[in-house]
Ligand binder design. Sequence first.
Ligand code: 5CA
Length: 445
Amino acid sequence: MRLSRYFLPVLKENPAEAQIVSHRYMLRAGMIKQQAAGIYSWLPLGYRVLKRIEQIVHEEQVRAGHIPLLMPTLQPADLWRESGRYDDYGQEMLRIKDRHERDMLYGPTNEEMITDIFRSHVGSYKDLPMTLYHIQWKFRDEVRPRFGVMRGREFLMKDGYNFDVDRESALHAYNRHMVSYLRTYERMGLTAIPMRAASGPIGGDNTHEFLVLASTGESEVFYDDRVTALKLGARDIDYDNWDQVAKVCEEFTTLYARTDETHDEAVFNGVPEEHRKVGRGIEVGQIFYFGTKYSEAMGATVVTKDGSKVPVEMGSHGIGVSRLLGAIIEASHDDKGIIWPEGVTPFHVGIVNLKQGDAEADAACEALYKSVAALGLEALYDDRDERAGGKFATMDLIGLPWRITVGPRGLKNGVVELTSRRTGESVELPPEQAIERIAQIYAGI
Ligand code: 5CA
């Protein structure tokens, strides 16, 4: 993409309404525009990152054997009357009437609708286990929408629902989600710690939240700090291997890590003092096992091997896709702007032309731009007729992890400069070598 032809409405001043750094940088980098409290347009740069995050979420869900579909944002109230949640859900639910005076709602979550789909088409243990998921907009009329996409009213969620014939199989589905989530967050450069939580309006007795530690987080967290060193890494997971998956979950949930909802001071005091930490965290996902809560109320049954009919065992599992942008920025920024992890960056590399209009510099930039594309990667080429300082400030603000700087002086010596946004370190290299380095960096991502 050439910046001269792009739409990147960068702001010079700090917007007064933004209280936390991720919100401030998302507005300043021209990623989002607020349209109403907690409701945002996704401008081109923000939309790119949102799509990259969605892509990672999809890939890891499919890897775990889960099946994508798409349910609507608007739902008939009658489904929610069946489960009893239409009245329970309260003012967070946006209720709408259509022209025929039928009660509708903008979905805050989809347990009822997916249960309806299941009961219409599935009736035998032979079709199980099955996990269906979608990535779809939700609406919750939060009392206090704030911090930009962090607590929106309209927000993008991945929500997945497992259907299993018995409790053991459903608990494996729970564990499988936990492991797939760990991998998902790691690919985004995040450490998200599974913490025992409370289930709220979704229900059930087994639930974990995934928290990214950040001083601006909305949840208070209590943890053994050795938990922050745990990494899934590149280990090979066989999602059909119940024992292997359960062992990984055990590894990640044995050390003390809880939110204030489930915190137990007596147990916490058992953690060696030097490892006992209290802090704040951003909830980027939550998984629930709730058994037959919805299937019983809505008549979603399956015939088991021995011929009996039982309500199907279920759980639901959510990732806050749009919230993740905020969480990643909270975890990865400096005083100049965002620092995107390679896994989610909107462009893989920025190209800065220090002397636009200089025949040699222009030609070198064009060649680099084409070489990046030939790698299957995307460059943002700042080809505007602007001063170098302004170009650098924009690149630093929008946070591309790698920048290639091209100027007549370097070109005389046959080199360009490759700079890491994270460390600030620069190396001078011939253009072909800079491209090679870029290829290597992204090879494993
Ligand atoms: N049905 C279940 C799981 S599919 C569910 O709705 N779970 S949830 O309520 O925990 O939401 C899942 C995730 O969505 C949360 O962990 C959080 O990351 C994100 N989320 C929830 N509310 C908001 C909000 N108002 N703004 C942005 N993200 C949100």
